[in-house]
Design a protein around this ligand. Structure first.
Ligand code: NAP
Length: 468
């Protein structure tokens, strides 16, 4: 967003960042094996595409470096106010301005506010009795404690989602024993991450058309999954067969196979990929526990069958606050109600995931219902940036001050996407997931193809808004 504002000649803007460096999720998550599960050729900006990625699925340090480089090169870093966590704000109708306050007590006044807070940055710790009594070392995967030496220790991992499957193979090699507490097994497809040969990197770097073709092939390959996810879940069966085969070829023990076999349709939860995860679970020093955790004591985890599992270290791989993540964005809109209370009352409704009625001049990047289970969210974010630029243009070119989506437009949009989501695998696949809010409504995923989102957002339609 900042790069595009600069490109368009805007200089009167700042970026508030709660941390002290650039990188977001790729700064916070430093666990061993942390990598992107979308190929880098697509999980990168179209205006900063690169042929130099060292692997097909790049690891966290390389992505963090990429983001830092762009931020410096494009003159964004100097626009960032680091260590400024937004704690509250309100819209002043008389001034047509947002007043924002950060944790350090600083105040900012802005005509437009763009939220780029992301969905996966507030670690979720499980609500298990006794976790505060644990006397050993414990940390969340998103706050990896690199000072903890796992060598020879009895390590427990709670959770088996996208983060866990990436670090479990590393932990298994170091730990004396590893106990993995699994609530719901994930579907895991085979995946071998390739180092991109130097010659290919050179070609991709030097000949932009090859890079573009490679990016397109990744894009369209991923898009084809959208059919199966959105209402044609039978199309997911062949993929499910591959995932079953992946369990069968990696796990010899029938009891462990049974534990690892999901009972829901693939795609209902995020589809994972790894060639190392199952072998790590099958290793002699690993035990997979699928009994419910009852409590944590000073030195053990006790499961519902009454068994106490002694451990030295607990790693929580229990994900993030996603649909309730917006609870931290305490912005009071035009009617004086703050966004979390408003959304708790009405449901998390927006227009295109970008604007929400009653909150003028507030825009979201990667807002509600614009996350993806099948392609790169960077694509979605770029469409949102273009749309927001057009919205700002529409206000400025009219000599107006504020823009607010019309309630009926927002209602129509939400009815439409919820109607589509009702047919999707996330609702019908037989699982619960962090895509759904506490009422079971999908507030996270975009239903359909991403090119449909491109089409829906390519024009800013002033008639859908009150511009004054
Ligand atoms: P996650 O997918 O939400 O997985 C959390 C795991 O913890 C699940 O297995 C969940 O079980 C379990 N869990 C949660 N609360 C629990 C409790 N109270 N007791 C026992 N188990 C509990 O979180 P994540 O693995 O950190 O990944 C989050 C998202 O981050 C991913 O889906 C993905 O979008 C993103 N991510 C992306 C990459 C990437 O490569 N781009 C890598 C890592 C993460 P249930 O399934 O039963 O709820």
């Amino acid at each position: 967003m900042a790069v595009q504002l600069r490109r368009r000649g805007y200089s009167d803007f700042i970026v508030l960042e709660k941390a002290d460096s650039v990188g977001g999720t790729w700064r916070d998550n430093t666990y061993p094996g942390c990598a992107c599960d979308v190929p880098s050729l697509m999980y990168s900006y179209s205006f900063e595409s690169r042929g130099s990625w060292s692997k097909v699925w790049s690891s966290q340090p390389e992505i963090e470096q990429y983001l830092k480089e762009i931020s410096d090169k494009r003159g964004v870093t100097q626009k960032i106010h680091f260590g400024q966590k937004l704690v509250s704000g309100y819209w002043s109708e008389s001034e047509s301005r947002w007043h924002l306050r950060t944790e350090s007590g600083r105040e900012y006044i802005a005509q437009y506010v763009v939220s780029g807070v992301g969905a996966l940055h507030i670690p979720n710790y499980p609500n298990i009795p006794g976790i505060d009594e644990f006397a050993g070392q414990a940390f969340h995967s998103a706050k990896w404690d690199h000072t903890v030496d796992l060598q020879g220790k009895r390590v427990a991992v709670i959770g088996t989602g996208a983060s866990a499957i990436q670090f479990v193979p590393f932990v298994q090699k170091e730990a004396g024993t590893l106990t993995v507490f699994q609530r719901t097994p994930a579907w895991v497809l085979p995946r071998k991450n390739f180092a991109v040969p130097t010659a290919l990197r050179t070609v991709l770097s030097k000949i932009p058309i090859t890079r573009r073709l490679a990016r397109w092939s990744v894009y369209w390959g991923a898009e084809s999954l959208a059919f199966g996810l959105n209402g044609h879940s039978n199309l997911m069966r062949p993929i499910e067969k591959v995932a079953k085969w992946n369990i069968e070829r990696s796990i010899a023990d029938p009891e462990l196979r049974r534990k690892l076999m999901p009972s829901y349709r693939i795609g209902c939860k995020r589809i994972l990929g790894s060639n190392d995860y199952y072998p790590a679970l099958a290793a002699p020093n690993t035990t997979v526990i699928s009994d419910r955790i009852e409590k944590v004591t000073a030195d053990s985890i006790v499961t519902a069958d009454g068994v106490s599992h002694p451990v030295d270290v607990i790693i929580y791989a229990t994900g993030f606050h996603v649909t309730d993540g917006f609870d931290q964005l305490a912005l009071k809109g035009a009617r004086g109600e703050d966004l979390p209370s408003h959304w708790h009352r009405t449901g998390i409704n927006t227009h295109l995931g970008i604007t929400t009625e009653g909150f003028p001049n507030l825009f979201f990047l990667l807002g509600p219902n614009t996350g993806l289970g099948h392609n790169s969210v960077v694509f979605m974010i770029e469409q949102q940036i273009k749309y927001i630029m057009k919205a700002i243009d529409a206000v400025d070119s009219r000599g107006a001050q504020r823009v607010d989506v019309r309630p009926e437009v927002q209602e129509h949009f939400n009815k439409n996407i919820q109607h589509k989501l009702a047919k999707g695998v996330w609702t019908n696949g037989g699982c619960t997931s962090w895509y759904l809010d506490s009422q079971g409504v999908n507030r996270t995923v975009w239903p359909g193809f991403t090119w449909q989102y491109w089409r829906a957002t390519k024009d800013f339609k002033p008639a859908e808004y009150e511009i004054a």
